[in-house]
Design a protein around this ligand. Structure first.
Ligand code: ATP
Ligand code: MG
Length: 631
């Protein structure tokens, strides 16, 4: 089917469209109503229908593909690979669900999961889904304070953790972080279930509170736990946003709408049919990890490859070797991941047989043109930029190669996914921007299935955070965008990051792209810094592919020139700092707000999601030293 017709139908006849898509999943009771919009901006998809995520991801495939691989969990850290068929997955999830029940975890109870990319994290998620418990996976890289905040918001009945994770060959004990978080939390759960890989011989246990997964599993080897049939709009899981711009929000997902969005997108966006192999390099702690390491591929009867480790260890060919070995068809990663590889020998991209690989999807941050081009040429497959948010749960702007591939345009993730009533509007007037005009990206309600149903226990925050920015009831993405005449949308940066130079509004992305087009530049971050004369001026922080030594000033000047040539004098960076590292969140997003604060001699704010504290010191030193180029 043509993309245009598919999309049009989803907008013009949503009930008919989604009513048809609902058949992609199993319902215990079919929906009474496809869409209930009686209380906007809230909406209820497939109201009255009952279903279950675990049933759709596991049980439903047993008859036809019980022996097929469901999950391949590869760890380049421990050196262990586990190949898990749908039948084995079914057994393990039932055992895990029985453990949860033995700990009195039931429907509607929250379970916090704090684990790296390992098979048991997937079992735990599916076991929760099976019995109707609400999981909240917290990225294993978060420190104890972040974990404590999320525990207090979710008020879980149980916390499941691993003894430790590993990064670059180094063991990172998790249990001490859990202990510290529970000491800090005001709502600590009564039990901690530990999946012990024996990585941390020093691990201590609190008698009575801490339980051993292996021991409990042995007690439930033959368990069969019936599926809890949930009403489509009951919560399935909570997932906190990355916190790039402030206090993370507990994004609440439903059951039926999410299942349908997964079934639809795995097929039409990611082009994965039952039996095919998907490899997402995301962590299970992120939105991509939930949707395309776990629920999407499994609901679609595919094989999901789960990877624990760095893209460069034991060597920079590790991802591509896995693609060859398992016949990966669709790969999903982030621009940050690809930029890491870009600093390595491109020969690694050519070393393995990638004839099965069809698509590389990248999401999470703007995908700059040089990186897109480098990886497209290196792999010889189309690279599809993908725009989404934790809130949406699946791509909002994408191309749909599983349906009808439209041309890739570098710099733009493409066209709206089904059900997204997307507009770019003028921030001040609310009027729709013309092609080529900048504005705020908004979605008209109802949000499609799969998108958040609310903020956990805070309907007011849901409305205030997302639907209160304009006179009309519109979901604001809080991202700044521009649409071309063909309807392709480009994200220019977050609305907080827009730089206002003497009345001209510039997206950070535009200037960053221009700077990064200089061949010596590895990555650039641009922020608006207060200026008495112009209001704000752009300031550049950039890392180089190779240390330029004394040549840094010349490169910095060349960057400044490039911006003036490409974007004009208004965009001219007033200062350029060459640094060795840029501050990022644990999910690889640039912390522009902290950069801006430092450049304005303010407090950098909440740094609890910062990946590498050294990067911030690096910026402080550069600011003290003075710019490599100033105007
Ligand atoms: P918080 O909302 O807590 O500040 P966050 O917005 O960083 O955190 P996520 O939901 O993980 O948390 O990130 C979504 C954001 O990432 C988008 O709103 C957008 O700014 C950016 N983003 C994602 N994909 C793309 C893309 N393909 N191109 C440009 N930007 C993207
Ligand atoms: Mg956000």
């Amino acid at each position: 089917m043509r993309y245009e017709d598919f999309y049009r139908q989803s907008i013009d006849e949503p009930e008919r469209f989604w009513g048809e898509q609902a058949r992609l999943i199993h319902w215990d009771t079919p929906p009474e109503r496809i869409l209930d919009q009686s209380r906007p901006p809230f909406r209820r998809w497939f109201a009255g229908g009952t279903t279950n995520l675990c049933y759709n991801a596991v049980d439903r495939h047993l008859a036809e593909r019980g022996e097929q691989l469901a999950l391949v969990a590869v760890s380049s850290e421990t050196g262990i690979t586990r190949e898990i068929s749908y039948r084995v997955l079914y057994r393990e999830v039932n055992r895990f669900a029985a453990i949860l029940q033995s700990l009195e975890v039931g429907r509607g109870d929250r379970v916090v999961i704090y684990m790296p990319n390992m098979a048991e994290a997937v079992y735990a998620m599916l076991a929760c889904a099976r019995i109707g418990a609400i999981h909240s996976v917290v990225f294993g890289g978060f420190a104890s304070h972040n974990l404590a905040l999320r525990i207090d918001d979710a008020a879980p009945k149980l916390l499941i953790c691993a003894d430790a994770g590993m990064r670059g060959g180094k063991v990172i004990p998790y249990k001490p972080l859990v202990d510290a978080a529970l000491a800090e939390a005001s709502q600590p759960p009564p039990h901690v279930l530990i999946v012990d890989r024996g990585l941390d011989p020093q691990m201590t246990r609190v008698a009575g509170r801490d339980l051993d997964y292996a021991r409990l599993r042995a007690e439930h080897m033959n368990a069969e736990v019936p599926v809890a049939w949930l009403e489509s709009n009951e919560p399935s899981y909570l997932l906190y946003t990355s916190g790039t711009t402030g206090k993370p929000k507990g994004i609440q997902r439903d059951v039926g709408g999410y299942a349908v969005a997964m079934a639809l997108s795995i097929r039409t966006v990611f082009d994965i049919a039952p039996g095919q192999v998907m490899f997402s390099t995301s962590d299970v702690g992120w939105a991509v990890g939930h949707s395309y390491n776990v629920y999407g591929p499994l609901i679609g009867g595919a094989t999901s490859l789960l990877y624990e480790g760095l893209p460069t260890r034991p060597d920079p060919g590790v991802w591509w070797r896995l693609c060859e070995q398992y016949g990966v068809r669709t790969m999903f990663s982030s621009p940050t991941g690809i930029r890491v590889l870009k600093k390595q020998d491109p020969g690694w991209l050519k070393k393995y047989d990638l004839s099965m690989l069809k698509w590389l999807f990248l999401a999470g941050e703007p995908l700059d043109e040089p990186t897109a081009e480098w990886i497209t040429q290196g792999l010889g497959v189309p690279v599809i930029d993908n725009y989404w948010q934790t809130e949406t749960g699946w791509p909002a702007i994408t191309l749909m190669p599983g349906l009808d591939l439209k041309p890739v345009k570098f710099g733009s993730p493409g066209l709206p996914a089904p059900g997204y009533r997307m507009k770019v509007i003028d921030e001040a007037t609310g009027r729709e921007a013309k092609a080529g005009e900048k504005g705020v990206l908004v979605f008209e309600p109802p949000l499609p299935p799969g998108c958040l149903s609310t903020v956990w226990r805070d309907d007011e925050r849901y409305v205030a955070s997302y639907f209160s920015h304009f006179k009309e009831l519109l979901y604001s993405s809080l991202d700044w965008a521009i649409r071309d005449a063909d309807g392709y949308t480009t994200i220019l940066g977050r609305t907080d990051d827009v730089i206002n130079v003497a009345g001209h509004r510039l997206g950070t992305r535009e200037i960053e792209e221009s700077v990064a087009s200089h061949p010596a530049v590895a990555e650039a971050a641009v922020v608006g810094v207060k200026d008495e004369l112009k209001g704000q001026v752009p300031v550049v922080f950039a890392t180089l592919k190779q240390d330029a030594g004394d040549g840094a000033a010349a490169v910095a000047q060349a960057m400044q020139l490039r911006v003036v040539e490409q974007l004009g004098g208004v965009a001219k960076p007033s200062r350029v700092y060459v640094v060795n590292a840029l501050p990022k969140t644990r999910s690889g997003k640039l912390l522009r707000r902290s950069l801006q604060a430092l450049a304005e001699q303010r407090d950098p704010g909440d740094l609890s999601t910062l990946d590498d504290p050294g990067a911030l010191d690096e910026v402080r030193r550069a600011l003290e030293r003075g710019p490599d180029q100033g105007s």
